[in-house]
Structure formats: C-alpha cells, structure tokens
Design a protein around this ligand. Sequence first.
Ligand code: BDR
Ligand code: CA
Length: 318
Amino acid sequence: MSTPTPVVIDTDPGIDDALAIVLALASPELDVRALTTVGGNTGLANTTENALRLLHLCGRDDIPVAAGADVPLVRRDSRADASTHGADGFGGVVLDPAPRAADPRGAVQLLVDVVEASAAPVTLIALGPLTNVAALVAARPDVAARLERLVLMGGGARVLGNMTPAAEFNIWFDPEAAARVVAAGVPITMVGLDVTHQALTAPGDWAGLRASGGRVARAVLGMVDYYTEYHRARLGIDSTAQHDSLAVAVAIRPDLVATRAVHVDVEYVGTLTRGMTVVDLDGVGGLPPTADVALEVDAAAFNALLTSRITELDGSLR
Ligand code: BDR
Ligand code: CA
C-alpha cells in the first residue's frame, strides 16, 4: 500500500458528517491529521463537541480538533432546519463525553500548522459551509496554495438544490465564503447533489453493519435511523443520501466518480438563486476550469466501501 494521504476534515457534524469522519478514520489510504469545525447543521458548540465525542468513540483522542466560525462571513442569519440532524446534530444519539477540550489554536491556525508541518501536501476535505476555508484563503493564501486539493461536498451542476430549488445547503449557508473559495485557485473536486443523490442508501444496505453489533456501528446506525425517519416523514422515501461520506470516499478512491473539469461560480446576490453553484458544463462562458465536478458515481461500490470500512473499524476496536 502506498503512503496514506494526509488530510484535514473541515466539518459540521451532523449525521452524514459523522459517518464520513468514521469512514476516513477507518481507511488506511487516509491519515487524518486534524478536524476543524464550523457552524452549519447545528451551532459551533455542538459541532465541536460532536467531533470530539466521535473521535473518542473511535479511540482517536490523539487527533486535534479546533473550532472555527460559528456564523457565515456575511449572511449571519443562516440557520439549518433543526429537524434534519436533530437539535444536537446527532439525531438525539448521545455519545460519551471526550476527556479533552478543543485545541485552543482555532481552526485556521490548526490548518496552517498541519499544512506547514506536513512533508507531503495535505488534502482538505470540506463537509460543511466553507466559512473556515474562506478564512484560510484570506489569512494565508500561501498555505492554501500548498494544499494538494480541496475535496468539497456542496453544490450541484444539474441537480441544483436541497435547501432552495437552486441551492444546496453547504453553499447556501455561506455563499460569500463559497464564492471566494472556488475562485482561490486551489485544485477542487466538487462532490455535489448530482452524485450524492445517485448514491442513496436504503435500509437494507445497512443490514451487514447492523449485524456486526460494534459500538461505532450502533452509534452511527442510531443516527442513520433518525435521518431515515426524517426522510420518510418529509419526503416519503426510505433512502438517505450520505452526502459527506461520498466526499471522503472520493478522497479515498477518486475512481468512484466521473468528473468534468469546468468553470464554477457561486451566486451570492440573486434573490431566488443565492447559494447556487453556476457550473459551466458546456463551456459556454469560455472561462478556464476551476473545479473537477463529479457527475456520475458507482453507487454500489460506494455503499460497499462505506459499510465494510465501518465494520472493519469496529472489529479493530474490539
Ligand atoms: C450537506 O448539508 C448538510 O446537511 C450535510 O451534512 C451535508 O454536508 C448536504 O447538502
Ligand atoms: Ca456536513
């Protein structure tokens, strides 16, 4: 096996964030050097506490966690619908407290320190609103330029919105930040709704993991059950999109998705389209590509990777 890729995960846990983080911890292809937290699915105090508790559950109290932005750069009144991930962010699943507090350096400084200390270029995986990433780009463009790649869950090219008809949640929450990030010149893989809505997980997909009975499986399946119930009540469907896990899966196995290099902008002015990713799939604007946008996914391979890796992690904790 080749050397693991050093990664930092910027995240707002969040149910699908939790599964994504567990997938990263369970995967030998990745070396998780830090988690940085952002307000999004729930407030920053919850997302930070959730990140610490999740790492504790997985026996990884060695990975630093630092808190970043609680509110967006400009649109300070962005709020999640608390019922999506529950008021606590974990759908009411209570994990044991971690024996430590967040790293006092804060998210941007921790990112800077990790990138500067790493011999190999770091991949940043962003699973929430892009406020912290925009702050990094503004404060230390030299450090942002050293990133290997930014793999972000957000936006959409053909499937535009889950928060509004035109906007996906992470981009909608802080569109000014997203606009700055996509214009920053960092190589980007955008894992948006086009692929996360193709990679739905149905209750049967979790059967093997459920049977395994490990402590991580029990925790994340409690969250998945909450998320499934929400989807059933709201949308009348049983299946859930594991948005953030797919972004981590793409960092592990880029071949899981087919991408196209295209120019991406973020709309942050429009009254109906604020937070929309404007993806020039046909190159009509004539501008150079700014992101590799994922358009197709091998959903079966993704589901198998997600559930088998979590099962293996639990096995190693016994
Ligand atoms: C994204 O929004 C959040 O609710 C999820 O955690 C994911 O990052 C999906 O639109
Ligand atoms: Ca998220």
